[in-house]
Ligand binder design. Structure first.
Ligand code: UFG
Length: 333
């Protein structure tokens, strides 16, 4: 029996594939390589290149492989892009998930772990954010992730598909053994941008606003190490296997760091100057997002161990140092 990782060539998905292999699991990967990268794939994973919006492709994979659970990472995830092109997000995220669930129904696959986001909450009234707080997504990205969660809720009632939805806060860092890391094109995330500036791949880091209602005026986020994040997915699979009921969990480190604090930590770790300039606010940025991850600890038994910002930044830095230009695109041809 295999675990199907949908989106297994992406940043987060590829870390899941590697950690599943560490545990001796048999893994099948689906990825359309739109944002994923072949070089991030585990050499022993069975890989199918294709799109979840192609149901015949999904049926072929499910017919060929004995799949007993799905981990679903395949989605577009850029807030800004989703504001400009919301239909792309409804098509890939919502419609793609609909076809994936439909195929699971057809092949009697009952368990799915799903990658959701803090963007489902929108601007919170208080922090830390708990799972029972209202969801008011402020952009189509968060809205489509919430719609995917709702679709799974109804699919559970109708077809008995059990899901765990994991709402990520700010995922960062890289696999400690160094083979894979974070490489987006374009890059929009703070930590890789800071490290690209450390490598002189960009002239400076633009701080998006220093007039927020926070101690140093810059936005505060809850950064979680990608390996801790994946540990929670593995626990969620076990929870579903043990007949756990469908549920939603936040995943964060429950501690907040400002943009300025992140830049200071990176300067210390890299020993590089990292020029930074203050720019205007970025539309749609909440000032402070911090998770309560108590529920994941209590129900899933999750125990994140790589919570120091130094470890998160230094694991990301190791990968950037060994891959200064990210995954080399020409290796794909
Ligand atoms: N930032 C900068 N300069 C940059 C990039 C980011 O100052 O060049 C700031 C942002 O304004 C924000 C913080 O750094 O305050 C973190 O920004 P990221 O883009 O790294 O991450 P976000 O918090 O915007 O996004 C994360 C996830 C999204 C999710 C969102 C929920 O990556 O998938 O949280 O709010 F939707």
């Amino acid at each position: 029996m295999s675990i199907l990782v949908v989106g297994g060539a992406g940043y987060v998905g590829s870390h899941a594939v590697h950690q599943l292999h560490d545990l001796g699991e048999k893994v099948v990967v689906i990825d359309n390589l739109e944002t994923g990268n072949k070089q991030a794939l585990h050499p022993n994973a069975i890989f199918y290149e294709g799109d979840i919006r192609d149901i015949d492709f999904l049926r072929t994979v499910f017919a060929k492989e004995e799949i007993n659970a799905v981990i679903h990472f395949a989605a577009n995830s850029l807030v800004g892009e989703s504001m400009e092109n919301p239909l792309k997000y409804y098509d890939n995220n919502v419609h793609g998930t609909q076809l994936l669930l439909q195929t699971m129904v057809e092949f009697n696959v009952k368990n799915i772990v799903f990658s959701s986001t803090a963007a489902t909450y929108g601007e919170p009234n208080t922090v830390p954010i708990t799972e029972d707080m209202p969801t008011n997504p402020a952009n189509p990205y968060g809205e489509t992730k919430r719609a995917m969660e709702k679709m799974m809720e109804w699919a559970d009632k109708a077809y008995g598909i059990k899901y765990v939805s994991l709402r990520y806060f700010n995922v960062a860092g890289a696999r400690s053994t160094g083979e894979i890391g974070e490489d987006h094109d374009p890059e929009t995330h703070l930590i890789p941008i800071i490290l690209q500036a450390a490598l002189n791949k960009r002239p400076s880091v633009m701080i998006y606003g220093d007039d927020y209602n926070t101690p140093d005026g810059t936005c505060i986020r809850d950064y979680i190490h990608v390996e801790d994040l994946i540990d929670a997915h593995l626990l969620a699979l076990n929870y579903l296997k043990a007949n756990g009921s469908s549920d939603i969990f936040n995943l964060g480190s429950s501690q907040g760091f400002s943009v300025k604090e992140l830049i200071a930590a990176a300067r210390k770790i890299t020993g590089r100057e990292i020029p930074a300039v203050i720019g205007p606010r970025r539309a749609g940025d909440p000032s402070t997002l911090i998770a309560s991850s108590l529920k994941a600890r209590q129900v899933l038994g999750w125990n994140p161990t790589r919570t120091s910002i130094e470890q998160i930044v230094s694991d990301a830095w190791s990968w950037h140092l060994s891959h200064p230009d990210g995954y080399l695109k020409e290796v794909n041809i």
